[in-house]
Write a protein that binds this ligand. Sequence first.
Ligand SMILES: Nc1ncnc2c1ncn2[C@@H]1O[C@H](COP(=O)(O)OP(=O)(O)OP(=O)(O)O)[C@@H](O)[C@H]1O
Ligand SMILES: [Mg+2]
Length: 231
Amino acid sequence: MPAKIHVQDLWKEYERTEQLDSAALRGVNLEIQGGEIIALYGQSGSGKTTLLNIIAGLDRPTRGRVSVDGKDLGSLGERGKTDLRRRRLGFVFQFFNLLPTLTAFENVYLSLELAGRSDREPAFAALASVGLRTKANRYPHELSGGEQQRVAIARAMVKEPAIILADEPTGNLDLRTGEQVLDLLTGRCREHGTTLLMATHSPLTCRVSDRILRMVDGIVVEEPATGEMPS
Ligand SMILES: Nc1ncnc2c1ncn2[C@@H]1O[C@H](COP(=O)(O)OP(=O)(O)OP(=O)(O)O)[C@@H](O)[C@H]1O
Ligand SMILES: [Mg+2]
């Protein structure tokens, strides 16, 4: 299977200085295959969000190459990158990022519409699959944090993306709810063969992943395989 995400010698400097060692990313290399579930584990400020934003095509690297789902981001225009995001990528964020003026159903359906689909049934099915069919007409403020994150998972999964990028998906939930959300997210991805890249501080997230990529000061270091707890 071709690598779904391929990153080669990636650097990101937010501020232009002569010293490259102050850069947020300092020569990241990684290769993620289709269907892998990966924890990108590292301390605050190590560069996780920066890396996810560049992989999503939302920010540009200072240098280096990124290919996502077989497409070289450097040679895609803004329109190409938007299209890739809408059709092939799903996102889950720490603060859920649901649109407050749309119901749970509308939040999920919007993602389907942006991917060029107009059938409503998959949006209901996606909500049902996260146990929220009966709450489809609720607005985000009428849902608990765990429920909002389940809507966000339904929204990410509904278009059957090749890849889901998740930035601290359990960071704003209590331990038990976080565990449930994580089981749901990884379970659905395993079922569909979706590649999942999760940025996290949490050892729990590492435990449910196939591989741990540790980020230290803008560099990615591979950790031992499955089941190993990072120290
Ligand atoms: N827009 C920005 N402008 C300038 N510096 C930035 C910007 N965004 C991030 N940085 C810096 O880049 C480095 C990496 O930040 P990043 O947000 O990628 O870390 P992170 O690993 O996601 O941290 P956290 O776990 O706290 O979310 C930090 O030193 C941060 O201060
Ligand atoms: Mg971050």
